[in-house]
Write a protein that binds this ligand. Structure first.
Ligand code: NAD
Length: 363
């Protein structure tokens, strides 16, 4: 298959993981990279051999088919829209936008231009959550009734070199980590129908813990403890807690409880991990049915690029990401307005990956 020519915008921390994993997929060919900080794109050129250029030059190139947008959350929609306006497909990091209106604008612009939009996370394409999906679909727990999803930590300012964006709109535990958990849940259980939530904030400032800004205070502009209940269209009720206000806890990442058995799913912010099922006594490990268990960030981009060449749908698609954005935005609305929020979007579940794929294959 003819490789798809990619232009990278946003050469920060996560770009290295993408560029390393991209080597697995022959469909991906990086023709240039750009950043508002020219030193960042120069580093990417030095480390990965991808030519550095200005954002405008990259967007203006005729040979770029897809823009990979790894900027900060506040820039995701703007850069996606610029890519679409330049006639390129866009694939961005999560979240899909800061609010539902931004996500909608990106989807509408792409539809009008006949272009594709994709969005992280792609971790649900890993062996762990593909196995979960297969078990749920095969009836391993019986009819699913309930679930839980917990991501609770002290926050990213301990380790990230430039963590302010995690405490600005588009950040916080829900918009930052929620996409992994919510996308995995929608992939396994289908779309969400309504949300009820309460959100709060433990502290008004945070102290950066890593160089070069160690010791600097950053303002907290978003809620950092979010607790909600989701009712899926299928009727499953899932309790979700995403928090940057918790030192330590003992809850599992995601559990799905059916009428016959319970399932414990691995960390949705990773590709592999243990999948366990219990009919009420011990947990039993289930063998993973799929590969891609190492850090494969870029597999969702590769899947979109295969779709561009073959005409099939891509899995990490804008409609799924927009639904997850609407779920997350509904936490804040429900908490502020003291009511359930019924969602407008209702995407299809993305198709599961086939079993038996060789490394680098997606079909
Ligand atoms: N760091 C991680 O471990 C991690 C993991 C998964 C996902 N992500 C997501 O990836 C995205 C980027 O995170 P990061 O940790 O790499 O952040 P970062 O701050 O390290 O890098 C972001 C880069 O984007 C550039 N940038 C910002 N606005 C821009 C614009 N308008 N045009 C061009 N360049 C612009 C910045 O100069 C910076 O170099 C975020 O959405 C984050 O949620 C990060």
């Amino acid at each position: 298959m003819d490789p798809v020519r990619i232009g990278l915008i946003g050469c920060g921390t996560i770009s290295a993981a993408y560029l390393r994993a991209a080597a697995t997929f022959d469909i991906l060919h990086f023709v240039g990279c750009a950043d508002i900080d020219p030193a960042a794109s120069r580093r990417t050129e030095e480390n990965f051999g991808v030519p550095a250029m200005s954002v405008d030059d990259l967007l203006g190139r005729d040979d770029v088919e897809v823009i990979l947008n790894l900027t900060i959350p506040a820039a995701h929609a703007t850069v996606n829209l610029a890519a679409i306006e330049a006639g390129k497909h866009a694939y961005s990091e999560k979240p899909f936008g800061l609010d539902v209106a931004q996500g909608r604008r990106v989807l509408d612009a792409a539809d009008a231009a006949g272009l594709r939009v994709g969005c992280a996370p792609d971790t649900f394409l890993g062996g762990g959550h593909q196995t979960v999906r297969g078990l749920i679909d095969a009836g391993a727990v019986g009819h699913p009734v309930a679930g839980t999803a917990f991501m609770m930590s002290p926050g990213h300012e301990r380790w990230h070199p430039n963590p302010a964006f995690y405490y600005q709109p588009g950040g916080g535990p829900l918009f930052d980590m929620g996409p992994y958990y919510l996308t995995a849940l929608v992939h396994a259980l289908g779309p969400v129908r309504r949300v009820a939530a309460i959100t709060s904030r433990g502290r008004e400032t945070r102290t950066i813990g890593s160089a070069p800004r160690r010791g600097e205070l950053i303002d907290v502009e978003v809620d950092t403890h979010t607790a909600g209940t989701l009712e899926f269209a299928s009727g499953v009720v899932v309790t979700v807690v995403m928090s940057f206000d918790v030192r330590l806890h003992s809850n599992r990442f995601i559990e799905i409880h059916g009428v016959d058995a319970s399932l414990s799913a691995p960390d949705p912010n990773g590709f592999g991990g243990a999948v366990r099922v219990s009919n009420g006594r011990e947990w039993e490990d289930r063998p993973l049915t799929h590969g891609y268990t190492d850090n494969m960030r870029s597999i969702g981009l590769a899947d979109m690029c295969v779709g561009i060449r073959t005409g099939r749908d891509h899995r990490c698609n804008g409609r799924l990401a927009h639904h997850v954005l609407e779920v997350m935005a509904s936490f804040g609305r429900s908490s502020d307005e003291g009511r359930h929020v019924v969602l407008e979007s209702r995407p299809e579940r993305p198709a599961p990956l086939p079993t038996g794929l060789a490394n680098g294959e997606l079909d």
